[in-house]
Write a protein that binds this ligand. Structure first.
Ligand SMILES: *Cc1c(COP(=O)(O)O)cnc(C)c1O
Length: 379
């Protein structure tokens, strides 16, 4: 995270009230027992230290992070009260005793990890609470069919372990109604029916808001909280919670035929006015937006012209009034006028592949206003 300083770099505004409302909306829809917040990658780049307490205040007691270090950091933030923290990538070869000390529940990723955990439990005379990943079709983490069968035949492999939750993840999380997802759900139901009784967790944001047949005992949601539509074909109308802006550094008028940017990637067809913005790929913006995407200034679209360079890009502001856009004017990269998924679509990437790097690298400002009445950052 950058230290707040002069007004010459990207700014991400995070609306904590919108995140709280998205949480409440998810709670209203959910039919299972435990709703969990996924706060991996520093809460999708939005800052786990601010997001986690805001969710705790609304009653969230289950959290999911990517790895051990994120878990330790979150435990420090939450304190030692009852909230559960699941570590999605497994133990990372950190001892299970150490996980227990920090109140972390690793989601074991393979049979080897189960063997290690059980051996450590026996050696230390302890019992460890774990979740176990089942690979029902993503081929990423978890036990496959053969390993599930082995575990069913040899239940002693779980000795010393308290299985808290069986976990699986959909390969087409953005399209739960696809036949592949229905097959994964069938497999999950079948496998967990053979394995020892524990909570079952399958749904991420889109599945949660699809229908309750996906909910099981525990759902894990990230995108929905942050207002990110991961399945734009089935918009769930989450409240937008994140706005990224970048300042104009300079405006110039150029004649027709002017080459813009490295390698002259764009050439003006007519006399134009161009604004240079302080944001580029070094701030996490995808280079595929070259000559392609748009930003919004005073609520009006301004097309990106030329390439995306390390810290700069250029937009065409010919259609704006002569004094409407000047040095210091802030352009909305994504936010109210252009949701993050729309710009991501123009870039040909997943919404979170745009959100996470850009939000991680921008200066963060937290707000609690639910709706912004005026364009307060476009002075
Ligand atoms: C990231 C992630 C989630 C949350 O997904 P969203 O679509 O952002 O809600 C849930 N489960 C797993 C395993 C994940 O990696």
């Amino acid at each position: 995270m950058t230290v707040a300083g002069p007004d010459d770099h990207p700014l991400v505004e995070i609306d904590l009230s919108a995140i709280a409302l998205n949480w409440q909306k998810a709670c209203q829809v959910f039919r299972g027992a435990h709703l969990g917040a996924v706060l991996k990658n520093d809460a999708y780049g939005l800052g786990i230290g601010r997001i986690a307490p805001c969710l705790v205040e609304k009653g969230c007691q289950n959290f999911w992070v990517a790895n051990f270090s994120e878990g330790v950091l979150l435990r420090e933030t939450l304190g030692s009260e009852q909230s559960r923290i699941f570590v999605l990538h497994g133990s990372g070869r950190v001892s299970f005793h150490t996980h227990a000390i920090h109140g972390l529940i690793p989601v074991l990723a393979c049979l080897d990890e189960i063997v290690l955990a059980s051996a450590e439990a026996s050696k230390n005379g302890e019992r460890y609470r774990v979740a176990i990943h089942l690979d029902t079709g993503l081929s990423r983490l978890g036990l496959d069919r053969t390993q599930v069968e082995l575990l069913v035949e040899q239940p002693h492999r779980l000795d010393g372990l308290i299985v808290d939750t069986w976990v699986t993840q959909l390969a087409r999380f953005d399209d739960p109604r696809s036949p592949e997802c229905l097959e994964q759900r069938e497999r999950f139901i079948r496998w967990t029916g053979l394995l020892p009784q524990a909570d079952r967790s399958l749904a991420a944001s889109t599945a949660l808001f699809t229908d309750s047949s996906w909910h099981f005992d525990h759902a894990r949601i990230g995108s929905a909280l942050f207002g990110v539509e991961t399945a734009p074909r089935f918009p769930m109308n989450y409240l937008p919670a994140v706005t990224l802006t970048a300042p104009v550094l300079r405006v110039q008028s150029v004649p027709a035929g002017t080459a813009v940017g490295y390698s002259g990637l764009y050439k003006t067809a007519a006399p134009s006015r161009l604004a240079t913005l302080a944001i580029g790929y070094g701030d996490g913006l995808p280079v595929s937006l070259a000559n392609h995407g748009q930003v919004f200034i005073h609520g009006i679209a301004a097309p990106i012209v030329g390439g995306i360079s390390m810290g700069l890009m250029t937009v065409d502001v010919t259609r704006f009034g002569i004094n409407q856009v000047k040095a210091g004017t802030r352009a909305e990269i994504y936010g109210r006028h252009q949701p993050v998924h729309q710009l991501a679509q123009l870039a040909g990437i997943a919404p979170n592949a745009l959100l996470v790097p850009t939000a991680s690298l921008a200066t963060r400002v937290y707000r609690t206003a639910i709706a912004k009445v005026s364009e307060e950052n476009e002075a």
